[in-house]
Write a protein that binds this ligand. Structure first.
Ligand code: PXP
Length: 250
């Protein structure tokens, strides 16, 4: 069976991580955005964190100038980030949990617990014509709450699945994949578009990309790591191939 093509969003945060390690202008995330388009990515994802540890404010416009690809801005639910998003007006905004002490986004946004905090952000971004996505754990409850809040998109956190695969925990990984499948099915049935992301690699992407309801995968760290060895264009192309293989013959 051939599934609808799934989009690949390239997360370029870690180009900025390397740049910021030395404080200069190189390597430039905007250049990565320009190359991504040529390599076949369908969108650019970037996360402007509260502590600006990778992407900085000036990167937003620079990335937009460098590439025609739609921009997905990952952001915490803070007034500061909301003001930036409303000013910048990205194609999409993905609401994520953010803790200063974490190395990366460690879990999904608990929209069931934080309903009253998150809902106004969904509404205000939507009112501005920005497509809102909620980065959540693959659970039916979280998906149902996201849908009830009016989020047109959810991004299901794949981090736990990837960790279990790498830990060699076959039954745990199979159970987590099932959770992803069920959450995707549940959301799709309610008219919510399904995205996935976090921690995905060449070796873990296929089962996730093969979930029929998945329309977009957002991948960053692994591709940027591979790009050190084979170049960004080749790394993006290879990930694109893995996704296409999982979706079935064209
Ligand atoms: N999706 C979201 C919402 C994220 O926060 C991240 C990490 O910033 C990613 C996707 C990409 O994850 P990774 O860099 O592990 O591929």
């Amino acid at each position: 069976m051939t599934l609808v093509r799934a989009r690949l969003g390239l997360n370029i945060d870690h180009v900025a991580t390397i740049r910021n390690a030395r404080g200069g202008a190189h390597p430039d995330p905007a250049k990565a955005a320009a190359l991504a388009q040529a390599a076949g990515a369908d969108g650019i994802t970037l996360h402007l964190r509260e502590d600006r540890r990778h992407i900085r404010d000036h990167d937003l416009e620079a990335v937009r100038r460098a590439s025609k690809l739609p921009i997905n801005l990952e952001m915490a639910t803070t007034e500061e980030m909301l003001a930036i998003a409303l000013g910048f007006r990205p194609h999409a905004a993905c609401l994520v949990p953010e803790k200063r002490e974490e190395r990366t986004t460690e879990g999904g946004l608990d929209v069931a617990r934080l309903h009253d905090q998150v809902e106004p952000f969904v509404q205000r971004l939507r009112d501005a014509g920005i497509r809102v996505s909620l980065f959540i754990e693959p659970s039916k409850v979280q998906v149902a709450v996201a849908e009830a809040m009016g989020a047109p998109v959810v991004e299901l956190h794949t981090g736990k699945y990837v960790e279990l695969v790498f830990a060699g925990d076959k039954s745990g990984a199979a159970a987590e994949l099932k959770r992803l499948q069920e959450a995707a099915e549940h959301g799709h049935a309610k008219g919510v578009e399904i995205h996935v992301g976090h921690g995905l690699t060449y070796n873990t992407v296929r089962p996730v990309a093969a979930i029929p309801e998945v329309r977009e995968l957002n991948i960053g760290h692994f591709i940027m790591g591979e790009a050190l060895f084979v170049g960004l264009e080749a790394a993006v192309k290879r990930m694109r191939q893995e996704i296409d293989i999982a979706r079935g013959p064209a």
